[in-house]
Design a protein around this ligand. Structure first.
Ligand SMILES: Nc1ncnc2c1ncn2[C@@H]1O[C@H](COP(=O)(O)OP(=O)(O)O)[C@@H](O)[C@H]1O
Ligand SMILES: [Mg+2]
Length: 238
């Protein structure tokens, strides 16, 4: 069986500066795979390339058995790859419901969309309670919930989350991580980028540590949690 996502020797450059220098990893259906690493390692660049917002300068991306070679971003969404971006980028003036509807912009099944909006409200009850409010009135953690809910509205085969816990209080961070665990339990396949290595590795089936555009260590989540170099560099131990 081939993996749902197969990344082979991927390279991405901004002009002459190579931000991703030939990385390879895969995501099997049903898995949570995490990319961790310090600021500037190339994690966001990787996700933006997978969703078609940046063009690779080398390597191959296979998604659901198909090569993504210059496939435009909206087609990639249609193929089943959704992206909850770093910084969330919700539409602050639109209501919560409208933000969720936008996540379903490629779908025509009105009833199905309605059902999935209800599902988002079940997953995040606070969004249901405030459904008519402008999204800009939500707290950072609630906006993160909305960004995740919106990404799920395209019924993705693979959900990519870029730094969902960024800037959140410890309690809100725990809530977000618990939701990711719940999505995993429901069978959602997730590629998770996180600065919070401890939380991400605790959830992940597989993890990859990125440093300046390369993957330097790979292993199961529990392997990496006990790996001495990972503990020193990313889990704040000496
Ligand atoms: N739009 C851009 N133009 C030029 N360089 C960029 C741009 N975005 C990111 N970079 C550079 O690419 C490298 C990787 O950045 P990024 O993918 O955002 O890392 P991470 O998400 O791991 O923090 C960094 O050196 C960053 O400065
Ligand atoms: Mg980033």
């Amino acid at each position: 069986m081939t993996a749902l996502l197969e990344v082979q020797d991927l390279k991405v450059a901004y002009g002459k500066i190579e931000a991703v220098k030939g990385i390879s990893f895969s995501v099997e259906a049903g898995q949570v795979v995490t990319l961790i690493g310090t600021n500037g390692a190339g994690k966001t660049t990787t996700l933006r390339t997978l969703s078609g917002l940046l063009k690779p300068s080398g390597g191959r991306i296979l998604f659901d058995g198909k090569p993504l070679n210059g496939t435009p971003a909206h087609k990639i969404v249609a193929l089943g790859l959704a992206h909850s971006p770093e910084g969330r980028h919700i539409f602050p003036r639109l209501s919560i419901t409208e933000n969720l509807q936008l996540g379903a912009f490629l779908r025509k099944d009105v009833e199905g969309i309605q059902k999935d909006i209800q599902r988002a409200y079940e997953l995040f009850p606070i969004l249901g309670e405030r459904r008519k409010q402008a999204a800009g009135t939500l707290s950072g953690g609630e906006q993160q919930m909305l960004a995740m809910g919106r990404a799920l509205m395209s019924q993705p085969k693979l959900l990519m989350l870029d730094e969902p816990s960024m800037g959140l209080s410890p309690i809100m961070m725990q809530k977000i991580m618990a939701t990711i665990a719940e999505l995993k339990a429901q069978g959602t396949t997730i590629l998770l980028v996180e600065q919070n290595a401890q939380a991400a590795l605790s959830l992940a089936d597989q993890g990859h540590v990125m440093e300046v555009g390369k993957i330097v260590v790979s292993g199961t989540g529990s392997d990496l949690l006990t790996d001495e170099s990972v503990r020193k560099a990313y889990l704040g131990e000496d």
